[in-house]
Write a protein that binds this ligand. Structure first.
Ligand SMILES: Cc1ncc(COP(=O)(O)O)c(C=O)c1O
Length: 387
């Protein structure tokens, strides 16, 4: 077993270290999995129901419905909001592909909106310019763990008769003006992909809502459109359930989530204090009134793609992993070529894609590792920009 506290100074530093987390939770997780094995109930049992209650409570929503992935959470939420062929859904041009994929899988059209340069989140002022008579829903994404500007988005949506679904895949536990993200709009989605702040040991997702009608509908949609009788389908649905093994692991991890998010915040503060005055690097900003949960700690490297890519290569040569989330904005993804967008349509999304670099970030990261990453990054960037 690797002890995270005894890593030699020159060992490679990964983007995240799930082994280090497992080492601290091993006994609890094994006991939880044993309980499921002894019960021999694997789908829609006691663990899933308990997790739904616990997560609804954690996020401040009345209801939570477990599904098979964060992508499915978006698909079912959009479908429950009435989205279908011919409809348009507004999504940020800079996010993970799943946000827009969920829209197009339902036969609807993702309509992209540029982002704000400081938070990387959808620009509320530009949402209005993209609304047409076919627009049904806005999907703000709390990217990297930072809340989008929900007050402006919710006010605009109410004024223009649009529904709002938060893509909260990266931001579980983040706070917007004192309230937890994912429960601020009519529905919010969660992802339990293993690398997420609350990550399972496989795929998983959840939908949060305060509406009893939506909760009932979502429970039906995830199980072939059935209700109390599993063999009578009222409408077409999916097979998309969060299984008991995942729920058991997630219940253990949820007990540690606040502590883990606080560790991420402390690591981010340390990174920022070490990087804030280095020319050529822009440390991430936290929007006023928000608590960012740093699913990713993402800096900008001035000078666009080639410089950023060189910086990444040089860090890799020093044993430091980094990742570009995301190298291609959604409007330029081959998958959406048919929508008619072109380079230059969303300047901030395009600039972000060419400048961002996410640094190692996980709760068990050690202070010495943070210093090593920051020092190496500063040194490599100075080679490029001088200073
Ligand atoms: C912003 C965003 N939306 C949606 C998803 C989809 O989640 P999943 O991978 O669980 O389907 C992810 C994560 O992968 C994500 O980062």
């Amino acid at each position: 077993m690797t002890d995270a506290n005894t890593k030699p100074a020159n060992q490679p530093i990964p983007m995240l270290d799930l082994r280090a987390q497992y080492a601290t939770l091993r006994a609890e997780i094994r006991a939880a999995l044993d309980e499921v094995l002894e019960s021999q109930q694997f789908i829609l049992g006691r663990q899933g129901l308990a997790l739904e209650k616990e997560l609804a409570g954690f996020c401040g929503a009345r209801f939570a419905v477990g599904v098979a992935s964060g992508t499915d959470a978006l698909i079912l939420a959009l479908h429950a909001a009435g989205v279908g062929p011919g409809d348009e859904v507004l999504v940020p041009a800079f996010t993970y592909i799943a946000t827009a994929d969920a829209v197009s899988l339902l036969g609807a059209k993702p309509v992209f909106v540029d982002i704000l340069p400081d938070t990387f989140n959808i620009d509320p002022a530009q949402i209005e310019t993209r609304i047409t008579s076919r627009t049904r829903v806005v999907v703000p994404v709390h990217l990297y763990g930072q809340p989008a500007e929900m007050d402006s988005i919710l006010a605009l949506a109410a004024r223009r008769g649009l529904r709002v679904i938060e893509d909260n895949a990266q931001a579980i536990g983040a706070k917007y003006k004192g309230r937890t993200t994912g429960a601020l709009a009519e529905m919010g989605s969660l992802s339990f992909f293993p690398t997420k702040n609350l990550g399972g040991y496989g795929d998983g997702g959840m939908i949060l809502t305060n509406s009893e009608d939506l909760e009932r509908r979502l429970r039906s949609l995830r199980f072939h459109g059935t209700g109390a009788n599993r063999y009578i389908s009222e409408e077409q649905g999916w097979n998309s359930r969060l299984d008991e093994m995942q729920a058991a692991v997630l219940r253990v991890k949820l007990r540690h989530l606040e502590k883990c998010n606080a560790a991420r915040q402390a690591h981010a503060a340390r990174y920022t204090s070490l990087l804030k005055d280095v020319p050529g690097i822009t440390a991430p900003a936290t929007a006023a009134g928000c608590a960012h949960v740093y699913h990713q700690y993402t800096v900008r490297i001035a000078g666009r793609g080639p410089v950023r890519d060189l910086v990444q290569k040089k860090l890799a040569a020093r044993g430091i992993a980094t990742t570009v989330y995301y190298p291609i904005p959604l409007h330029l993804q081959p998958m959406f070529a048919g929508l008619g967008y072109k380079a230059g349509d969303f300047p901030e999304a395009e600039r972000a894609a060419s400048e961002v670099l996410s640094l190692p970030m996980y709760p068990e990261l050690l202070p010495a590792q943070i210093e090593r990453v920051a020092q190496a990054l500063a040194a490599v960037v100075r080679e490029e920009f001088g200073g």
